[in-house]
Design a protein around this ligand. Structure first.
Ligand code: TRP
Ligand code: ZN
Length: 479
């Protein structure tokens, strides 16, 4: 350590003095017992350290977005209800692009500042720990399409007749300011205004839809907690199909409405046939995974040919026509339990999403196509792409959607099945999303849960599953 008497560079002394004075001033004026400090600018995710923000916990997003497909601009308001988790002098939101026009906290104008993807809001008065406060941000502009570390596109994607918003892992900050880390889940109300003739769709249930003065306004409500990467908006000249499903809901609960939209350019007999299977597949998954966790279901089929991947957006997964087949549908619907209801604590826990969703495909092959999961396992084992790294530890952000996260993740689950037996395994498939319903969980939570269900007898086998299959480098000698 530097001795206290060492001469200090003048620059530091000059800066330190006003800061200290300002802190004293704040402490003197504020009614809060402990002086407030700014919330952290990131949550230190292992892959996206600046994603998300500290110091508060969002409860609800009320987003109001008007879209003009001709100019591709949005005019928007976000009302964000959050609880302070510390005494807060300022807090950050993640927002990429767009122009912020005004900020207010609890109705009082607040100052704000932008630096890269961080928007810092400073309320006029400090927010004491535990306070529930509402931030209103008025913003506008042409939302960005974001290119991910792995080269795929997300964020806001203009389409021939509208737009599509997909947000895994970081794209939702392209269309609304928020706490964009999967650990801060919240409920949503999304109000969309589009030119009459177009449909505007989001997560959850359609609350109202009216057309006046040449514009249609649709209000969507997602009443169960949702990670922001699962939020979606789809605008286009869609065809709509509707239905209902019970999906394991108790007899006294209302049936779940199923609402799907399909871009006519993406529609054909096969796509229509797949959409029609959603209730049947949700019923089948509910038998295996437990009651469907949400109060709405459906799908969005859009962007023929160019998105390249499907996404499990909550209640209403997105499919480009090119990635819309039965196993993909089974996969995205399985994410409603694994990923959406129980959500990864950080992006390192991604295999908990993709391993389970891939295993759902193996179960589908077992039940519908007479292909034992053991055969799917062997096929995955023989695929070199699955051995690049252990599923619980992708080397870089660009690897979180690579083959080992999916195929080797599913292999881990199959090894668990072998170690604990079918009865305990299917108990785990149902119990895991039940225990962490609407919450977050980590890989450690998962291994602890499995050990709990399996009991002492399986302990040695499970230790090996974790050491070799979940965390181990390289390919074991034999399956
Ligand atoms: N989660 C999607 C799926 O399997 C795939 C995906 C799309 C993805 N974008 C991603 C995975 C970004 C990780 C990161 O169904
Ligand atoms: Zn997936």
């Amino acid at each position: 350590m530097e001795p206290r008497t060492a001469p200090r560079p003048r620059r530091i002394t000059a800066r330190a003095a006003p800061v200290a004075a300002a802190l004293l001033l704040v402490a003197g004026c504020s009614g809060v017992g402990v002086e407030g400090t700014p919330g952290a600018a990131g949550l230190r995710d292992p892959y996206f350290p600046k994603l998300g923000n500290g110091g508060y916990d969002v409860r609800h997003y009320a987003l109001n977005i008007a879209y003009d497909p001709r100019t591709r601009r949005i005019e928007a308001t976000a009302d964000i209800t959050a609880a302070a988790t510390q005494n807060l002098s300022a807090f950050n939101l993640d927002l990429a692009g767009l122009t912020v026009r005004s900020a207010a906290v609890d109705g009082a104008t607040a100052s704000y500042r932008r630096a890269g993807k961080e928007l810092t809001v400073r309320p006029r008065e400090e927010l004491g720990k535990g306070t529930v406060f509402r931030t209103r941000l008025v913003y506008a502009g042409v939302p960005e399409t974001i290119t991910d570390p792995d080269g795929s596109e997300e964020g806001w994607l203009p389409t021939a007749d509208g737009a599509l918003a997909v947000g895994e892992p970081t794209g939702s900050m392209a269309w609304f300011p928020g706490n964009h880390h999967p650990s801060d889940k919240a409920t949503y109300t999304v109000t969309l205004s589009v030119p009459a003739g177009l449909k505007a769709v989001s997560n959850g249930r359609l609350v109202s839809e009216r057309t006046a003065n040449g514009r249609t306004t649709a209000v969507w409500n997602a009443p169960e907690p949702m990670a922001s990467y699962l939020a979606t908006v789809a605008i286009g000249a869609y065809r709509t199909t509707t239905g209902t499903v019970r999906a394991g809901k108790p007899a006294d609960a209302p049936a779940v409405p199923v609402l799907s939209v399909i871009d006519p350019a993406a529609a054909d007999a096969e796509a229509d046939g797949l959409l029609a299977r959603i209730p049947e597949l949700l019923d089948w998954e509910a038998e295996n995974f437990g009651p469907y966790p949400f109060s709405a279901a459906g799908a969005i089929v859009d962007r023929p040919g160019d998105l390249g991947y499907a996404l499990e957006t909550q209640t209403r997964p997105v499919f480009p026509r090119t990635a819309f087949d039965a196993p993909t549908l089974v996969h995205e619907l399985a994410h409603q339990w694994y990923g959406n209801s129980v959500t990864p604590e950080t992006w390192r826990d991604m295999w908990l999403n993709e391993g389970f969703a891939t295993y759902a495909e193996w179960l589908y092959a077992e039940d519908f196509e007479d292909v034992p999961a053991q055969d799917s396992f062997t096929e995955a084992f023989d695929d070199d792409a699955n051995w690049a790294f252990p599923p619980a530890d992708p080397p870089e952000a660009e690897n979180i959607s690579d083959a080992p996260v999916y195929g080797r993740g599913a292999m881990v689950l199959h090894k668990v099945r072998q170690a604990v037996g079918d009865d305990a395994f299917f108990e785990i498939l149902r119990g895991w999303p039940a225990k962490y319903r609407y919450a977050n969980a980590s890989t450690d939570d998962f291994t602890a849960y499995v050990e709990d269900v399996a009991g002492e007898d399986a302990q040695d086998d499970l230790d090996e599953v974790w050491d070799v299959w979940l965390y181990g480098d390289g390919k074991p000698d034999g399956p």
